[in-house]
Design a protein around this ligand. Sequence first.
Ligand SMILES: Cc1cc2nc3c(=O)[nH]c(=O)nc-3n(C[C@H](O)[C@H](O)[C@H](O)COP(=O)(O)OP(=O)(O)OC[C@H]3O[C@@H](n4cnc5c(N)ncnc54)[C@H](O)[C@@H]3O)c2cc1C
Length: 437
Amino acid sequence: MASQENHANSSPDCDVIVIGGGPAGTTAATALARRGRRVQLFEKHRHPRFHIGESLLPMNIPILRDLGVLEEVDRIGIRKSAADFPADNERGFNVFDFTRNLENLPGFAYQVRRDEFDEILFRNCQRAGAVALENTEVLETHNSADSVSVTVRDASGLTRQVRARYLIDASGRDTFLGNQLKLKQRHARHRSAAVFAHFSGVERREAPWTGNISIYRFRTGSGQGWIWLIPLTHDITSIGAVLLPEHLKERGGALEPFLMNILHSVPALKMRMANARLHGNLEATGNYSYECRELAGPRWIMAGDSLAFVDPVFSSGVYLAMHGGMRAAELVDSVLEGAPERKLQRIYARELRAGIREFSWFIVRFTTPAFAWLFANPSNTMKIEEAIVSMLSGHVFDARRTLRRLRLFKSLYYIRSLLKLGETLGFRRELRGSKAA
Ligand SMILES: Cc1cc2nc3c(=O)[nH]c(=O)nc-3n(C[C@H](O)[C@H](O)[C@H](O)COP(=O)(O)OP(=O)(O)OC[C@H]3O[C@@H](n4cnc5c(N)ncnc54)[C@H](O)[C@@H]3O)c2cc1C
């Protein structure tokens, strides 16, 4: 953030500026406005606007209830009772039912169209008293000894400066401060890109699993990855493939046949898409796995995707964004009351990084054979399956019981990997032996 002269003699325009009107920014702004803070939020687009990230987690439910929007979300969403993953059984998939969690968490979530969902959050934040402006882009930020200011440009092209006591960067994958302060770094162990679209006419699971998110794995001649299928309202289904960025880059042709080739490579999905029609445009996003080196500094803090994003396989993004938005609001409110900023920021960073790390452990291993086997053959010995359901529900913060059981799952994963390695080496030895014979 560029530094600027001291403004000790003039009072700031508001207490807190928020960059971005997605789930993280609107959650933080609503929570702060409800605590009596004067908040100005700037969103460069106008709601409703398309956004990817349509599958919520059960741990979103308490936050939606706190924000007072649960009923509205219930009206626009599809109830999601479970996530299903491929398995070698008669029906071809295993269901991780959210009611079978370890710690009495909400037993369901929602699948939502993000244009509708984000607009609900945005209007709710305005109703809470935040000044939330659309079509207003933050161009620059400046830090001074006693305040922070931003330069914003509105739809008519006019620019002006706004000054506050604190800044929350909730700019999503634009990572406004991450870029400005050069804090953004690629994720060390994960690289992904995605191609996705909405379709109509896609077959749904039978009740009670009609609202499930379905995850598939694929392997085509040139690459491998995974696919999501998310049922939305009005017979729309969101389907996307997540793959290595080079696979997407080197496709050598149009996006639509590329995506359809991947989707049709999975027989079970091809069947569900027998009557599918593309609805709207295809979208693609390049390598999106990153994390910022610092999440906070003097008078600023990041929340949501602006601080890190790894991969959407467990639909954790919106929950992490809203949880982070809530926690950032608590921190800012306390600091404005005189609480020690650095100490609270360290606690915030430790907590959020631990949650992201927990999801990352599962994400980076998701396409390995040992992981696929364990997810296809879940066992509730020592309540491990219930702990997995809790993790899939988003229960990774303040979740000691769940995390202890997840450690057992991780041990099983390492044992299974060693066995697989042993099998592969044994197979190679046999192969060499038979060639020699
Ligand atoms: C392929 C893919 C699939 C995904 N699927 C899921 C899923 O199923 N479930 C899930 O939970 N998550 C999913 N996610 C992740 C999810 O999209 C994000 O985690 C979530 O939207 C983060 O919320 P946020 O508020 O941090 O950021 P965003 O929702 O991106 O909001 C940031 C806002 O800031 C605004 N903004 C940016 N820069 C500026 C600026 N300079 N001035 C003013 N405004 C600005 C943007 O316009 C935007 O509205 C997926 C992500 C990808 C890439």
